[in-house]
Design a protein around this ligand. Structure first.
Ligand SMILES: NC(=O)c1ccc[n+]([C@@H]2O[C@H](COP(=O)([O-])OP(=O)(O)OC[C@H]3O[C@@H](n4cnc5c(N)ncnc54)[C@H](O)[C@@H]3O)[C@@H](O)[C@H]2O)c1
Length: 378
């Protein structure tokens, strides 16, 4: 196979990053870009004048392409990806994969039937920091994991078709899915809408795994400061990932508690505090999106399943959907079954117990029937 010919759909905020990375990847070339907004096409033309620019998917599909990358609003992912897969193209779709669990499942099935690569751009899986974190957790250096605490807050780019959970949490949920390699038992979420009463702009999402492991995710578009931090706390050591620290993004703390050994000490809850070294492993610099694009090309060439394929995309969408149901039930805990379908709300009455939530009949994170209103600020 020669150079993989790529079309990029959606040239708003994120699309140009895909265009730049597919252009610089030796295995791929950007043949065309597509955007419904002529102003965006014009802006792209100023930087990538050699690339064909079209205003609709119909036009794009007349061009000789091997693959597409989709960077449009989440509500459009399913329809665009479905058409491209049916057209015989490999698809890289931005996170999250789709706006409902049934949509995500349909794409997974379709890609399988068409034997095309379906990859979700869960970009962090391709970051050297996350790779290093996974290696450290897998090595057992942290001991038994007690909890994961994740904070992703900023004065954010308000989205008009999704709430803050759908916008920001896919990053952290995909990292934790990848690092832990196991699925949660239940989820609950608590949040609030301030700028637009219909779109939550801050939320706390709490996920419970068996084995006394909890994960908490704080996502927020209203914070005056930018924090991107994850703590993986273990029985032996704890790891802190601070993405904003370019030179030392990972620090490992040899600090924690030690329970007394003997039965008497245990009965009296004698706890010792252990204080030891803090060290920072070297993390090779590199742009995760460049690695994601390279991986997508490799999967097409070698006909292998991607690291962030449709199955991971579906798991993340399932959590996002359940989190939004819980938000609407004031934090009611949703028990997750791993059948791709079942989820029941505990603590609050919820008639949507089969997992195909009505909440998403309109927009993810937007109650059914409410109209979309532009609230984006840049
Ligand atoms: N991986 C990451 O780190 C990351 C970062 C930011 C955004 N994203 C994802 O990228 C996607 C796009 O986000 P964004 O912030 O760039 O949005 P955006 O609104 O800035 O851009 C979307 C673009 O898509 C175009 N568009 C919409 N519908 C279209 C259609 N049917 N056909 C062609 N063009 C269409 C719009 O005109 C717009 O230019 C989202 O899924 C978002 O979650 C991913």
């Amino acid at each position: 196979m020669g150079t993989i010919r790529v079309g990029v759909i959606g040239c708003g905020y994120w699309g140009p990053n895909l265009i730049r990375n597919f252009s610089s990847c030796p295995a791929t070339e950007v043949v065309a870009v597509c955007d419904a907004d002529p102003a965006r096409l014009e802006a792209i033309g100023r930087h990538f004048s050699h690339v064909t620019r079209v205003g609709s998917l119909d036009e794009l599909l007349t061009l000789p392409l091997d693959a597409v990358a989709i960077a449009t609003p989440v509500s459009t992912h399913h329809a665009l990806a479905e058409r491209c897969l049916n057209h015989g193209l490999h698809v890289l779709v931005e996170k999250p994969l789709a706006s409902t669990v049934p949509e995500a499942m349909a794409l997974l099935d379709l890609a399988e039937r068409c034997q095309r690569v379906l990859m979700v751009d869960h970009t962090y899986l391709f970051s050297n920091s996350v790779r290093r974190i996974k290696a450290i957790v897998d090595s057992g250096e942290l001991g038994d994991l007690y909890y994961v605490d994740s904070v992703r807050i900023n004065l954010g780019l308000f989205q008009n078709d999704i709430n803050v959970v759908w916008d920001l949490a896919p990053h952290d949920l995909s990292i934790v899915d990848h690092v832990l390699g196991r699925e949660p038992r239940s989820i609950s979420a608590w949040g609030c809408a301030h700028a637009d009463p219909r779109v939550e702009d801050m939320a706390y999402v709490n996920v419970d795994y068996d084995d006394r492991l909890l994960a908490n995710f704080h996502v927020n578009w209203l914070s005056p400061v930018k924090i991107r931090q994850m703590i993986f706390a273990g029985s032996r050591k704890s790891l802190i990932f601070n993405e904003l620290n370019a030179t030392e993004p990972i620090k490992i703390y040899n600090r924690g508690i030690e329970l007394g050994e003997g039965p008497d000490e245990r009965r009296q809850f004698l706890i010792n505090y252990r204080s030891g070294d803090v060290w920072s492993p070297y993390v090779e610099p590199g742009e995760p999106l460049q690695e994601a694009v390279r991986h997508f090309a490799e999967c097409i060439r070698e006909e292998k399943p991607p690291l962030s394929g449709g199955a991971l995309g579906l798991r993340v969408v399932r959590l996002l959907e359940a989190a939004t149901r819980s938000l609407r039930a004031q934090g009611g805990r949703i028990v997750l079954s791993h059948s791709h379908q079942g989820a029941t709300t505990h603590g609050f009455a919820d008639s949507r117990a089969n997992g195909s939530s009505q909440i998403h009949a309109d927009r993810p994170g937007r109650p059914a029937g409410q109209k979309r209103r532009p609230v984006r600020v840049r």
